[in-house]
Design a protein around this ligand. Structure first.
Ligand SMILES: [Zn+2]
Length: 736
């Protein structure tokens, strides 16, 4: 049973150097820990969820349909013995950054929402494990990226980053996963059919849950009979989901609407009809198939409509979740008799509730596969040799979290790769980024190059850079909400188009061309220059990137469209119609055409130096006070200065004034950096002897004194302080 912690340690030597050629990224992976995935037993879910609640209290909330909605538990006394009451509990949990977006806050209400249902059929076993493993990756990465919250956590922060690297999640991927957690609400129902999963049976008792939803039925007495369907129904009523997965098994493919008999062979025309959202459905499903990829014995998932490629059903969850709010002719109010009935108002839906892409994934030919489950080796890369049923569906799940809402992010300034964009578990003060995402540039810089990325979609149009003096736009532009207009913002450079990392073409322009010399993102990379001539020392300039994403999703099919309506889904309208607005249960979806990054603040510095110098202000990790020792090594041999032979040793014993004069000369600075470059070499100890009170000493001699005496001598004699800086100020010199 306890198979989750069964981590297989494998040391990959050559195999760990993966060249992500077709994965779009060139990187060196050094993974030392590889976990072989195993399909979960029923009791593993509550065990793991309890652990996560303890480990990540700010990122997850766990409950059951019994606790949250007062639903009865299906099953008898012998079912789910790990549950203290009769029957099986229907667990579900919410992944959300509860510090950044406290429940009920405006930013929480605006989070794009999605749901993963691991199984409606209890004997189809890949989905539940896949959504749990995907959640595990998200939580671990987001928690780690949220550290350090204060200086005491710096070591923990470094350690978890290194752990993740050992598990095959590199820095760029960690930041990507953290963004998803911190900017979305992901609801996960790992085993909606908890009884079926426990018994390893398709149905919940005698009811097939995927015929139990009020859609295209002939008789509405026979819906919401199962606790499985009621669990999902209650959760849907609480939210406005945009993207959803419903995992099944027994065949392999990714299927979308339509999948009901009324729209199949409509009016005996023998034609394959399209939904109003066919364009977006097709593009998203293709991306899922592509990122899932293939492995031995399994091709890339086919994708298309259920009516075309699979079969239609009455009472299916897929079409219900997509169209229940806007095809009233195909819905009805359920009046089941099971479990003491169900209130009729629970199946009377608002105009906003049921407009999700609830994509059906048939995971595997075997409902419970016994081989090719996959492992965690480079699991976010579709080309991984560890690919298998669970690995593939982990990626599909994460991709849905990516695609639910567009975003832009500024990642580089000149040659400096910025360390942070979205930091989980920090409160979102409306102006906090003006301090935390800020750089200083040289006062003589005439311009500054900015690199940014765009994600959350497939096609990128009109992406561009904006800037303004902070004081001029601070009423309109805040850190964590989208600007209400571009008034007062100037455009820098031109407008670009491109494609995202997950589009069939891959990331374009490629992040491999970054001038920061690192690939700062999984996504495409755009670049423009902000002119600085008109700003003065001390000025603060806000820079934002914006993009339009997936504009083609607003087009309904031109033929075979049924019903004849424009796109109806939240996800297509939210990015193509600025006037789109829905609100239910306090949750809101506001459509927009342009998606803005968190602003970067550029401060014009007082220093005139190399005009490409950029200093990150207020980084969470203090800059290393540990200079490369080699650069501080004094030359032990004589060298020539203005034709005369001289040595570094001479500097160690002359007066401070004389020494300063000599150290002004490049020749001395170059040969004697340990002695001359006090700021750059704060822990250098000179190897040359010098005289104190008529007696010859050296840093080695001083080291022999006990700590108290050494300290006293350092305090008393400036020559000791200057020659033996490491000895006198050990706090400048962290252990190497
Ligand atoms: Zn199924």
């Amino acid at each position: 049973m306890p198979n989750y912690s069964n981590v297989v340690l494998l040391l990959f030597s050559l195999a760990s150097i993966i060249d992500g050629v077709s994965g779009n990224r060139n990187r060196k992976l050094q993974q030392t820990v590889v976990k072989e995935y195993e399909l979960f037993e029923a009791e593993t879910f509550p065990q793991l969820l309890t652990e996560w609640e303890e480990d990540y209290p700010d990122l997850i909330q766990v409950t059951t349909a019994q606790e949250a909605y007062g639903l009865p538990a299906a099953g008898g006394n012998n079912d789910c013995p790990f549950y203290e009451e009769k029957g099986c509990p229907n667990y579900f949990f919410t992944i959300q950054d509860f510090i950044a977006h406290p429940i009920g806050s405006e930013t929480s209400n605006l989070l794009p929402e999605m749901i993963w249902s691991g199984c409606l059929h209890g004997n189809e076993r890949v989905g539940p494990t896949s959504v749990m493993e995907a959640s595990a990756i998200l939580l671990e990465a987001a928690y780690c990226e949220g550290l350090p919250r204060d200086p005491s956590e710096i070591d923990a922060a470094k350690e978890c980053r290194s752990d993740l690297n050992n598990k095959g999640i590199d820095d760029v991927q960690r930041k990507w996963l953290a963004r998803l957690v911190s900017t979305r609400r992901i609801v996960v129902v790992p085993t909606a059919n908890a009884l079926g999963y426990y018994r390893n049976t398709r149905e919940e008792g005698t009811i097939d849950p995927n015929r139990d939803f009020p859609y295209d039925l002939t008789n509405y007495d026979t819906c919401m009979q199962s606790i499985t369907a009621r669990t999902l129904n209650e959760i849907y009523l609480d939210h406005m989901f945009q993207l959803a997965f419903t995992f099944h098994g027994g065949i392999e493919g990714v299927y979308y609407e339509w999948g009901n008999p009324s729209f199949y062979n409509f009016q005996n025309t023998q034609k394959q009809f399209r939904s109003p959202d066919d364009e977006a459905q097709d593009q998203i499903s293709r991306a899922y198939s592509d990122y899932g990829d293939k492995f031995e014995g399994s091709k890339n998932y086919e994708y298309g409509t259920s009516n075309d490629l699979l079969y239609f059903v009455r009472g299916g969850m897929e079409d219900w979740a997509y169209a229940g709010s806007w095809t009233p002719e195909l819905t009805g109010t359920c009046t089941p008799r099971q479990f003491g009935g169900y209130p009729p108002e629970k199946t009377q839906y608002s105009n906003s509730t049921l407009r999700a892409f609830n994509i059906l994934v048939e995971t595997s030919w075997q409902k419970e596969p016994t081989s090719n489950i996959g492992n965690s080796f480079d699991v976010l890369n579709k080309d991984t040799p560890g690919n298998g049923h669970v690995s593939r569906n982990i990626r599909l799940s994460l991709l849905s979290a990516e695609l639910v809402e567009p975003y832009a992010g500024i990642v580089g300034v000149n040659e400096l790769a910025l360390t942070d964009d979205i930091v989980p578990m920090t409160s979102r003060d409306p102006e906090s980024c003006f301090e935390d995402k800020a750089v200083m540039v040289a006062g003589n810089a005439e311009s500054v190059d900015i690199e940014w990325t765009v994600g959350g979609g497939l096609t990128i149009k009109n992406t561009k850079l904006w800037y303004a003096k902070l004081d001029d736009v601070s009423d309109n532009v805040k850190c964590w909400t989208q600007p209400t207009s571009t008034q007062g913002l100037e455009r820098a450079g031109k407008s670009f188009s491109g494609t995202s990392f997950f589009s069939p073409q891959g990331a374009n322009p490629s992040p491999a061309g970054s001038i920061t010399d690192v690939e700062p993102t999984v996504g495409p990379l755009f670049r423009a220059s902000v002119p600085l001539e008109n700003f003065n020392v001390g000025d603060k300039i806000l820079v934002l990137a914006s993009a339009k994403v997936d504009p083609d999703w607003k087009e309904a099919p031109t033929s075979l469209l049924i019903p004849e309506l424009p796109p109806q889904s939240h996800v297509a309208n939210a990015r193509t119609d600025p006037n789109y607005f829905h609100e239910t249960n306090g949750k809101k979806i506001q459509g927009r055409l342009q998606w803005f990054s968190v602003p970067l603040t550029i401060v014009i510095g007082e220093f005139d130096e190399n005009e490409r110098t950029v200093v990150e202000l207020n980084p969470r990790f203090p800059p290393d006070v540990d200079p490369p020792q080699d650069d501080c090594e004094d030359n032990a041999d004589p060298f020539l200065f203005k034709g005369t032979e001289t040595t570094c040793q001479e500097l160690a014993d002359i007066s401070a004034q004389k020494r300063e004069k000599k150290c002004d000369k490049n020749k001395y600075r170059k040969n004697c950096p340990g002695l001359c470059k006090e700021a750059k070499c704060p822990c250098a100890n000179s190897k040359f002897p010098f005289i104190i009170k008529g007696e010859t000493t050296s840093c080695d001699d001083e080291k022999e004194f006990n700590e108290t005496k050494r300290g006293r001598r350092c305090d008393k004699f400036s020559k000791i302080r200057r020659n033996c800086r490491g000895l006198c100020n050990p706090e400048n010199c962290p252990a190497r």
